[in-house]
Design a protein around this ligand. Structure first.
Ligand code: ZN
Length: 296
C-alpha cells in the first residue's frame, strides 16, 4: 500500500520512532477527527477508556489525514525530543561570541536531524497558513516588527496559544547600523516591551532587520532581556529554497528564514505553498522541523 506517495516501508521507518518525540497522544474520543481507525482488540474500550494502541492508531490516522489534506508528498518526520540542555555555543563560522554580548547564531550546533523555521516581519496575516501550521503541528518561531504586526496582534496571539514563540524584530525594521544609542533602545527594547504587552511574554531571541547589527545593538539587546540573536542559513519562498551552502542541502541545525507575505511578484504562491515546500524539502532530505527555542 502506498500512502501519500511513500512506500509502506518508508512509513514504517517513520513510525518506528523509538526515542523520538511524537505529538502527544490524542485524548480519548473528544476532538477526534472523523477518520477510519483499525478495528480489533486494540480498538476496544477498556472501562470506557481507549487503549494505548488505539490512541496511537488514531493519532497516526489524524496525522495522515492532515498530511493528505494539506497536500504533502509524505508524512513529515517527527522532531527528536528537546535536548535536556541547549547545545553549547562555540565560536566559529556559524556562531559569533563576544564577552558580555548575546551570541549571534546562524546555524545551531546539533547533530539532531532538525532544521528550524522562522517567519519574519508580520505583514500578511494569512489564516490558511496559520491553520496549516497548526493542523500539521509545525513548530514556528516568528520575529515581529511592531509596525507591521500591530494591525492584528490577535493573529499572533492565536499562534502563541498553540505554542509558536514570538520574538523581537524591532519596532520599525530599521538598519541598526545607522542608529544611535537612544534609537537603538527605542527600536529593540521598545519591541521587547510591546511584545510583552501584546503577547504576554518577554522574548529572549532577537533578529536584527536585514541581518545587520553592531556591537552597540547587541549590547542594547542584552540590556533588555535578549539572550541570543538568531540569523539564518536558508531562505524559503513558495516556489524554491535559497541555500546558503554550495551543496544546496539542509544541514542539522540550519535556520530557515521566510516572511509573512501575500502573493506578489517575486513571491510566486501562497504562504501555504511556502510551508508545503519547506516541509516536503525537509522530509525528503531526512530532517524534521524542530523548535528553535529548545536549542537556543
Ligand atoms: Zn525583516
Amino acid at each position: 500500500m502506498a500512502v501519500l506517495g511513500v512506500s509502506c516501508s518508508a512509513l514504517r521507518a517513520q513510525d518506528g520512532s523509538g526515542g523520538r518525540a511524537s505529538a502527544p497522544a490524542a485524548p480519548p474520543v473528544a476532538g477526534q477527527p472523523a477518520v477510519a481507525v483499525p478495528q480489533g482488540a486494540a480498538g476496544q474500550e477498556v472501562n470506557g477508556r481507549l487503549g494505548v494502541a488505539e490512541r496511537e492508531a488514531r493519532q497516526q490516522q489524524a496525522e495522515l489525514a492532515a498530511a493528505r489534506h494539506w497536500g504533502l508528498a509524505a508524512l513529515p518526520l517527527k522532531a527528536p525530543e528537546a535536548p535536556a540542555e541547549k547545545p553549547e555555543l562555540v565560536a566559529g563560522p556559524n556562531v559569533l561570541l563576544a564577552d558580555g554580548l548575546p551570541p549571534v547564531v546562524r546555524r545551531v550546533p546539533t547533530e539532531d536531524n532538525v532544521v528550524f523555521l522562522t517567519v519574519d516581519d508580520g505583514a500578511a496575516k494569512d489564516p490558511e497558513f496559520a491553520e496549516m501550521a497548526a493542523g500539521l503541528d509545525v513548530p514556528l518561531s516568528v520575529f515581529l516588527s511592531d509596525y507591521l504586526a500591530r494591525s492584528d496582534y490577535d493573529y499572533f496571539r492565536a499562534m502563541r496559544d498553540r505554542g509558536v514563540s514570538v520574538n523581537n524584530h524591532t519596532v520599525n525594521h530599521p538598519d541598526l547600523r545607522r542608529l544611535g544609542a537612544d534609537a537603538l533602545r527605542r527600536e529593540i527594547c521598545g519591541q521587547q516591551d510591546r511584545l510583552e504587552q501584546e503577547i504576554g511574554t518577554r522574548p529572549w531571541l532577537f533578529r536584527p532587520p536585514y541581518g545587520e547589527y553592531t556591537a552597540a545593538a547587541l549590547r542594547t539587546a542584552a540590556s533588555c532581556g535578549v539572550t541570543a540573536v538568531a540569523l539564518w542559513t536558508e531562505e524559503a519562498f513558495p516556489d524554491h529554497l535559497e541555500y546558503r551552502y554550495s551543496d544546496e542541502k539542509l544541514h542539522p541545525g540550519d535556520i530557515i528564514l521566510t516572511h509573512f507575505r501575500d502573493p506578489a511578484p517575486g513571491w510566486k504562491g501562497t504562504m501555504a505553498d511556502m510551508l508545503r515546500r519547506v516541509i516536503d524539502t525537509a522530509t525528503a532530505e531526512g530532517f524534521a522541523i524542530g523548535r528553535l527555542e529548545d536549542y537556543l
